[in-house]
Design a protein around this ligand. Structure first.
Ligand code: FES
Ligand SMILES: [Fe+2]
Length: 468
């Protein structure tokens, strides 16, 4: 396959969105692994053309847009606040913040989690500082004058109660925020009239039931939060496509399917890409041999690679190695896990800001949020969810490591699998993209019909919220 082949104009006989990269598709590659890959990975793609108009850059820069998102979207959508393991014991709490909203999520009984607005009903003081977490709370007591609520939200005590004859207990229950859980995540929704979380999860429960090592059987082994120099949507969209691999991560071309990645648009709220690891990019004029691919994957010289058995691919050999390595490191049995789930970059997105990777070697969760009230910066969290050990206690969830805009992921000791370098490449683009977009003469971005369709789906759903 030649480089020019991928640069040929679109076939005019095809309707918009129908064109695909020539050569084997992601699905072809996964099926040819010949193992027990789940139907979620071998079923035909789910895609529908969503239009091809430019997305205005104004959407990333305007204060009005940011404020409208706060008023009509963030306070009406399900979003994950923390993991259940952050709330192991009664009285454990996490403060989840989105823009100027702040929510206390707290375990109030062994089988019950509640969430309250982090704002005292006396004079508005926050019960806890934004972004903090703690334990041992039997009550919510305001640090200013000491008004106190029980964990069920009922008013417990007002110092000098004789001075507040106008305060009725029932009217002064703490306002609650809707809570639900799935996959070990605790979700909140500020809208008391919002529909159930299940509506927003769409295909996720069904698909994730097919993957090995369910999300609820994993723990947070590493957790970072980096400030990105751009609007939260721009930061998130850098991770919604594999189109940028060619120019941004060129060293990955020998081992990553990029132009032939699969994109699914499951519904209003969920999308996915799957790009293979251990198969070469269709951009390469000459595909490397399987031994060469295996050498790159294992960071060894080709001469040091044991000969592959007849018909064995670099993918299957590397997956076998990964099953053994990860299984030993995290004390779990991965012998039945498909090559694709072991290796590939399988990324689900749920509106508005969550990405979930069911893969075993790339077991990531991403969350993107505005950085407080700032239009031009955002927070990007990365969690590595590893299998809970078969024997012995599960380690506590990792403490969050904060990185500022200029900090490199390589400053974090033992960051897994070379992903520090990749994340630096991704996030290093954003300052220039923000600056270029603000100064652009052409006032919007022009998206690929297929490879960037997830970005378009996101904007369409966002617009539905903003318009209603
Ligand atoms: S502001 Fe909370 S007790 Fe006064
Ligand atoms: Fe990337």
């Amino acid at each position: 396959m030649s480089r020019s082949r991928l640069s040929l104009p679109s076939d005019p006989a095809l309707a918009p969105g129908e064109a695909r990269c020539p050569g084997p598709s992601t699905r072809d590659i996964i099926i040819s692994d010949g193992d027990n890959a789940p139907a979620a990975l071998t079923d035909p793609e789910v895609y529908g053309f969503l239009g091809q108009e430019d997305i205005p850059f104004e959407r990333y820069a305007s204060r009005e847009m940011f404020d409208l998102e706060m008023k009509r979207m963030w306070n009406r959508t399900w979003q994950w606040a923390c993991r259940e393991e952050h709330l192991q014991k009664v009285g454990d709490y996490v403060v989840y913040d989105i823009g100027h909203y702040s929510i206390v999520v707290i375990r109030v009984a062994p089988d019950s989690i509640r969430a309250f607005h982090n704002s005292c009903l006396h004079r508005g003081m926050q019960f806890f500082d934004p972004g903090t977490r703690g334990s041992g709370k039997q009550f919510l007591r305001c640090p200013f004058h000491g008004w106190t609520w029980n964990l069920d939200g009922s008013l417990k005590e007002i110092p000098c109660r004789w001075d507040f004859p106008h305060v009725q207990d029932e009217a002064f229950r703490l306002p609650e925020v809707q809570v639900d859980t799935w996959g070990g995540f605790v979700f909140v929704n500020l809208d008391p009239h919002a529909g159930p979380l299940a509506e927003q999860l769409e295909v996720l429960p069904e698909h994730f039931s097919q993957y090995a090592v369910p999300l609820e059987d994993r723990y947070v082994a590493l957790h970072t939060e980096k400030v990105l120099p751009c609007n939260w949507k721009m930061g998130m969209e850098a991770f919604l496509e594999a189109y940028h691999v060619l120019a941004t991560h060129p060293e990955g071309l020998r081992t990553a399917g990029d132009a032939n990645a699969q994109y699914d648009i499951f519904g209003r709220f969920t999308t996915r890409f799957v790009h293979t690891i251990g198969s070469p990019s269709p951009h390469l004029p000459e595909p490397p041999s399987e031994e060469e691919i295996l050498a790159v994957l294992s960071s060894r010289r080709k001469e040091d690679i044991p000969k592959l058995a007849d018909g064995e691919t670099a993918r299957s050999a590397w997956a076998r190695q990964a099953r053994a390595n990860v299984g030993e490191e995290f004390d779990c049995d991965l012998s039945d896990v498909s090559v694709s789930q072991m290796l590939d970059s399988i990324e689900y997105w749920m509106f508005p800001n969550m990405m979930l990777f069911p893969g075993i070697s790339i077991p990531l969760i991403y969350r993107f949020r505005p950085n407080g009230d700032d239009v031009d910066t955002c927070l990007h969290e990365v969690l590595f969810l590893r299998p809970k050990p078969k024997n012995g206690p599960t380690p506590p969830p990792a403490e969050k490591i904060r990185l500022e805009i200029e900090d490199s992921y390589t400053s974090i000791p033992n960051f897994p699998g070379g992903l520090d370098f990749v994340l630096d490449q991704d996030t290093d683009n954003l300052q220039r993209q923000r600056a270029g977009a603000k100064a652009a003469v052409k006032r919007g971005e022009t998206l690929g019909n297929y490879q960037e369709a997830r970005i378009r789906r996101f904007h369409a759903t966002l617009d539905e919220f903003l318009a209603s």
